[in-house]
Design a protein around this ligand. Sequence first.
Ligand code: 4NP
Length: 153
Amino acid sequence: MTRVLFVCLGNICRSPTAEAIFRDKVEKAGLAEDFEIDSAGTIGEHSGNPADSRMREHAARRGYDLSSISRKIHPADFHRYDLILAMDRENLVDLRDICPPEHRAKIRLMMGYAPQLGVEIVPDPYYGGSQGFERVLDLLELACEGLLRELTP
Ligand code: 4NP
């Protein structure tokens, strides 16, 4: 069993999308039993809310159902998950700040799984237009592909 947690700031745009895309790829590969997949935010501002409606709409056009409900990262997550994948550098720094030292190596940048793109972060789409949401989907589809490749024998 491999446990993967995707993390962004609000847990309403990028990390729920990563969660849905990765779950889709894992299910299509017939590996649903081998993974636990979830997402969280570094802030609790949107806790209890569904994903951003713009993000949900763009994701639905590609066949992804963003059904997750926003939650803030919890200290126990650092023990439970094997990989904690940050969408940008701010997320990475915030996670490292609160992570017990013995679990710090679990925290990585998500785009590290698509090194062919030469892109370091998944940009925050919250205050922008529809292009930003499409960009999130493009980047995360490739990074999720790389992640699954790395995690399967
Ligand atoms: P996310 O996007 O981190 O990808 O979920 C954001 C969501 C909310 C805010 C910023 C980014 N906000 O400022 O409330």
